[in-house]
Every structure is written in C-alpha cells, then in structure tokens.
Design a binder for this molecule. Structure first.
Ligand SMILES: *Cc1c(COP(=O)(O)O)cnc(C)c1O
Length: 424
C-alpha cells in the first residue's frame, strides 16, 4: 500500500519537473494543492489592506465588518478557566471527544431549551470552534464529485468546507421576496437525487433571517425522501428577540435520524478567541467526524472546556442581558438607517443587519467607498457567495455610541439609500 502511494507522489512530481525546467532556482514547482487553488478569492483581502492603510493614516476606524463580538467574556467563565488552568490535571492531553463536564453542559442546554435528550457518549462532540467542525464534516463525508447543497448567500464555511473536500457545490439562491428562506421547490429533482449533504443555517448569518418550524419539517421530509444528510448551523440560538425562539433541527421528528447541528460559544458568550464549539445529533454522522478528528487533533485544552461548560450553565439572566444588548442596538441602528433612506425590516435574531446597497453600485464598491469616505467598515455581501451581491452586512458588535458615530459619518458623507428619492 505504501509503495503505491510513494509511486503516485513520484509520478506527479516528475510530471511537474518535466513541465518546468527551471524548478531548481525559482521554486515555482511548489504549488498548493488543487483543493486550495479552487477556492474563490478571499474578498476580505482588499478590505483588510485598506483598513490597514486607514489605521496607519490615523483614521478612527469603526469596524462593523467582522462578526467578532466586542466586550469581555463573562467573569464567571474567565474565573472557571483560571481555576482550571492552575490544576495540573488539566495540563496533559484532554479527553478526546470532550470532557464529561462540557458534554453534560451541552446535553443540559438541549434539555432545557428544547426538551431533547442526548446520549453523552455518542451524540455530543466538542470542537475547536464550530467552523472547524463544519469544515471537517465535509472532509469526513464528501468524496470528490459528491453533490453538496448550500444556501447562497451563507456563512463561508458552509461552501468552502465542501469545496476543499472536492464537492460539487449546488447553491440555492435566496431572495428577499422569500424572506431569505430556502425554496426547496427550486432544487431540481436530478440534483436532489444526487445530493449527499445539505448545509443550512437559521437564524442566518449574513441575512439575519429566521425560518419557521414548518420549514424545518419540510426540509426533514425532503432530506428523508432524497436520502440527504442535514447539517444545521444553530450558532444564533440564543441571540433572538421579541419572544422569537429559534428552532433546533433535533427537535423536529426525524431530524436527529438524518442530521447534526453545530453550535458556537463565540457569539453568545463573547468567546470568539477561545476557539471552542460543539456538534450534537446523529451518532453515526458524528462518529465519522470524530474519526477524522482523531487523526487531526488532540481535542481542546481542558481548561477551555471547563470555561465552555461554565458558560453553557450560566443563568438565563445572562442570556436575557445578551438579547437586550443586541435588541437595543438593532432598534437604534434600524432607526438611524431609516433617517438615511433605508427601510430595513426588524430582525428577530442574530447580531447582523442585511442592508441593500444604493442602486447601481456593487457590494464591494459600496463597502470600499464607505470605508474610504467614513472609516466605517461593512462586509460586502458577496463575501457570502454570489447571492449576497447588492447587499452589505452590518455587525452590531459595538455599543450604541459607536453605532451612532458610524451613522453620523454616513450622513456627513451623504451616503444614503436612493438619495434622489429622499431629496424629492
Ligand atoms: C461565527 C459563526 C461561526 C463560527 O463560530 P466559531 O465557533 O467561532 O468557529 C459558525 N457559523 C456561523 C453562522 C457563524 O456566524
């Protein structure tokens, strides 16, 4: 077996040598694998460069681009981590699939929120952040050429993971007139028959859209009919407003038979830098991901898992505080945008506003021009797939004073939605 592999490697390298006679001097015979080269360009690169230039010039940037919550991790979480850090028992390799305390906290979270019982051993898996798991799941399940369904626009890992794994990604365009909810009727039968995995995410990053329970039921029926694995990203489960309660795939009858759900500590608990998240759901699907990860990493530092368990067990009053924080920012920003001619519907969840660009300007050009004129950073919608063209995403990650300053700068620079209409 090893001989065969060695031979294949030699053959590829020989071919490259024949193609490039000067390989010894300029190293151009070293190229990233195709799976890296096929990835769509990283939209943030140009923005990052302009951000760096502006900062160098002394511009006071207001970064509403990243989904990186401002503010500290809750004090009890930090304290739990410090105590765990000082305990030498935690200094060795951690229990691979997650500590019992963390997995119990995950099970407890599902029991309290959704009345779902999870098997600690097989139905919960600790991750180095949910992005890691979302991406590796594709590597664990996709063979080159397999069809993967994703909404468009969506969080980039939902299509970049499958692309790295060699999938043919079939993206389903989302539309404002459908409230950014996936229309299953738009998926051709032929594609549905071929599809192996369906990634989806409600409440949604970047659109802020939520889907009703009936959508989840329809999707489970669709996936059962066509034998498709469902992968739901529920990382905004606890950032919802006005009494709205996001649906879990696992609470839908049959959902756990064919799907898994990913969850993040980063947003709700201001823990983006800690790199910890988890997946829950179908034991068989999780075992494939676990096997891949067994070969890639050694799990998460136990002190960080202690922190994550503490966070999941925080009292509901903490969650109420988080919701109120983002609700206030949402209302404040929507009102401010209204004064500039934008009519942005109230979101029921997430920490984002999904805002149309003024007519006639692309997402990238609009975001770059706003940055140049005001020092306010927005994310161009096409960073989330072609379906995001024509929109920018505003992250409500700063307090109202900074959001107010950003809105004030837009006004000063006369950046409005359809200025002609406003003037008339
Ligand atoms: C932020 C975000 C993630 C990544 O979360 P981590 O746990 O920090 O890796 C995953 N999915 C969505 C939809 C997100 O917005």
């Amino acid at each position: 077996m090893f001989v065969v592999i060695a031979k294949a490697i030699t053959t590829n390298k020989d071919k490259k040598r024949e193609e490039k006679m000067n390989f010894q001097t300029n190293m151009d015979w070293i190229e990233p694998a195709d799976r890296i080269q096929i990835l769509p360009p990283y939209i943030f690169a140009r923005l990052d460069k302009l951000k760096a230039e502006a900062t160098e010039k002394g511009v006071d940037l207001i970064d509403l681009g990243m989904g990186n919550p401002g503010g500290p991790t809750p004090e009890p979480v930090v304290e739990a981590a410090v105590a765990a850090l000082k305990n030498p028992d935690n200094h060795g390799y951690p229990p691979f699939e997650g500590t019992v305390a963390f997995r119990s906290a995950i099970a407890n979270w599902y029991r309290c929120r959704y009345g779902i019982k999870l098997n600690l051993e097989t139905e919960a898996l600790a991750l180095l952040g949910s992005k890691e798991g979302l991406t590796h799941l594709a590597l664990a399940y996709v063979n080159p050429g397999d069809v993967v369904l994703t909404p468009n626009p969506t969080y980039p890992a939902h299509f970049r993971g499958p692309l790295i794994a060699g999938a043919q990604v079939h993206s389903i365009n989302l539309r404002p007139e459908n409230d950014w909810i996936i229309d299953l009727g738009e998926i051709p039968d032929r594609v549905a028959e071929q599809a192996k995995i369906f990634y989806f995410n409600y409440p949604s990053n970047p659109t802020g859209a939520v889907a009703p329970r009936e959508f989840f039921e329809d999707l489970v029926a669709f996936a059962r009919k066509h034998e498709i694995m469902l992968v739901h990203d529920l990382c905004y489960a606890d950032i919802a407003f006005d009494g709205f309660r996001p649906t879990s795939l696992l609470e839908i009858p049959g959902g756990k038979d064919i799907g898994v759900e990913f969850n993040s500590m980063s947003k709700t608990y201001n823990m983006a830098g800690w790199r910890v998240g988890y997946a829950a759901g179908n034991a068989k699907i999780l075992s494939g991901l676990r096997t891949l990860k067994n070969n890639l990493d050694y799990g998460i530092f136990a002190a960080i898992q202690a922190a994550a368990a503490t966070a999941l067990n925080l009292p509901d009053s903490y969650l109420a505080e988080v919701r109120e924080r983002y609700r206030v920012r949402r209302d404040f920003t929507i009102q401010g945008l209204k004064d500039l001619g934008w009519n942005v519907p109230k979101t029921l969840a997430t920490m984002y506003l999904w805002v149309p660009c003024p007519p006639g300007i692309s997402s990238t050009d609009f975001a770059l021009s706003v940055l140049e004129k005001t020092g306010v950073v927005l994310t161009p919608g096409n960073a989330f797939g072609t379906g995001g063209e024509g929109y920018v995403r505003i992250s409500l990650i700063h307090k109202c004073d900074r959001l107010g300053e950003a809105l004030h700068r837009l006004k000063q620079a006369n950046i409005r939605y359809q200025p002609e209409l406003v003037r008339a």
